[in-house]
Design a binder for this molecule. Structure first.
Ligand code: EPZ
Length: 422
């Protein structure tokens, strides 16, 4: 299996690439189709990713028929009666399977779902999801690593306060509220753009959803959702990753089909570091600068700096002209990539949730391992800027979130080649 990306570094990227549909918008939007009974969701701009295929496998196992018109457009045909047991092997393939909890419980009144496991960035609990569903009347029991949830009659609309603006908990509870009796108000919700995409999709399926500026959302439960259409927003993290690749390789390149307001925090920090770029209504063009200035970055829920761009930003700062500080405040441990970057000559010291990054002039190519999709992306952009050849192993992580990354990089003039595993 082609699981290694060989990169010849030192080539400034040139040209233009189009942003893919957002993985983290497509997954909850696709799961939301489970509130339908004998209806369809037509969805456009779906990215072609491993995680999306895993979600398709899960939905098919639950009884959904998926008609793929092409790689980016699909029609999800939901039967009157869904199965409510999610098969373990499929669920264990992808953490985002927990996103079927809310819709399935709301639609079928019961669900058995294996708990998602931990991963290299943290334990990934779903306690906030379960607490909210319990508040809506669900009975929840965890036995042998499987969540068994059920509700007598319908979930009941409630006022729910999220202790943390969890993206997944916000999404699960919004979709559960769609079929609950009465109105649900969720406060302290996640404000990521993917939440807006989900809200719009629910409206298109007949659910009255009002996002409030105060960080809350008001949802009036309906008896039966109607067929509808939606479109996945551009992937702000993929766009940010390629922008950082352009900055690191001192190239002149454009990323199109993005929404600039979704990457405000990334652009602001890059500007602070002295990067030069031009922003239009749907693109960013990067221009070469000598070396970035060192900066401090702290990851926060949206609109703060996104944790999903933290490894990639750290890679860019590893060749800045001075000492940068990067604090990871969202996940427990999202610095595993640092030791791999240090093998490429970076000088990164980690103490708990803080990375102290002493910029070096140049990175050297090396053989490194991706530990999660964003760590893999960070190693790839580091390899593009490094002297000599880099081999990134375990690309299986990267394929989860980056559509055709080897082809996209080649179209920008990079010298990359896929090889079989080491
Ligand atoms: C979503 O994960 C994204 N995944 C993640 O992207 C992203 O990093 C994260 O949001 C934050 O933006 C998808 O959308 C599929 P959270 P999610 O619930 O929903 C803790 C990527 O690289 N927490 O906002 O799991 C949790 O442990 C992936 O594309 C609880 O304690 O994120 C974490 O520390 C990685 N209890 C923090 O909150 C809960 O019930 C943020 O988690 C839920 C979360």
């Amino acid at each position: 299996m082609k699981n290694v990306l060989k990169i010849t570094g030192g080539i400034p990227l040139k040209g233009s690439i189009k942003t893919q549909g957002a993985k983290n918008a497509a997954l909850p939007v696709i799961a939301a189709c489970l509130i339908l009974r004998g209806g369809t969701l037509t969805l456009d701009n779906i990215p072609d990713l491993y995680d999306i295929s895993a979600m398709y496998d899960l939905l098919r196992a639950l009884g959904v028929e998926i008609l793929k018109e092409n790689n980016s457009r699909a029609i999800f045909k939901v039967p009157e009666e869904l199965r409510w047991e999610a098969p373990e092997p499929i669920v264990r393939k992808m953490r985002a399977s927990s996103l079927v909890l809310g819709p399935l419980l709301a639609n079928c009144g019961r669900i058995s779902l294996p708990l998602p496991g931990g991963c290299s960035i943290g334990s990934r609990p779903i306690d906030l999801h379960l607490k909210g569903l319990k508040q809506m009347g669900a009975e929840i029991e965890i036995r042998n690593g499987v969540v068994h949830a059920s509700v007598k009659g319908r979930l009941r609309g409630r006022r729910i306060y999220l202790d943390f603006p969890s993206v997944g908990a916000t999404e699960n509870l919004m979709v559960a509220a769609a079929l609950a009796s009465g109105e649900t108000i969720i406060e302290n919700i996640a404000r990521e753009p993917e939440i807006d995409n989900l809200a719009e999709t629910l409206r298109n399926l007949g659910v009255p959803v009002e996002l409030e500026g105060t960080g809350g959302v008001r949802i009036k439960g309906i008896d039966r959702a109607k067929s509808g259409y939606s479109r996945v927003i551009p992937d702000r993290i993929e766009a940010g990753t390629y922008i950082l690749a352009g900055v690191m390789t001192r190239g002149e390149m454009t990323v199109t089909d993005l929404i600039p307001s979704h990457i405000d925090s990334m652009l602001a920090k890059l500007e602070e570091a002295g990067a030069k770029f031009k922003v239009t209504k749907d693109s960013v063009t990067v221009y070469p600068v000598k070396r970035l200035k060192p900066i401090s970055v702290k990851t926060m829920p949206f609109p703060g700096f996104p944790t999903d761009a933290q490894p990639q930003m750290s890679a860019a700062l590893s060749i800045a002209n001075g000492v940068s500080m990067v604090e990871e405040s969202v996940f427990q441990s999202r610095f595993l990539y640092a030791q791999e970057l240090n093998r490429m000559g970076a000088d990164i010291k980690i103490s708990r949730d803080l990375a102290v990054i002493k910029g070096v002039k140049k990175l050297q190519g090396a053989t490194v391992k991706a530990t999660d999709l964003r760590a893999g992306a960070a190693l790839i952009i580091a390899g593009l800027a490094a002297e000599g050849e880099t081999r990134v192993d375990d690309m299986v992580h990267v394929w989860r979130g980056y559509e055709a990354i080897d082809q996209k990089l080649r179209s920008l003039g990079a010298k990359v080649e896929l090889l079989d595993s080491l």
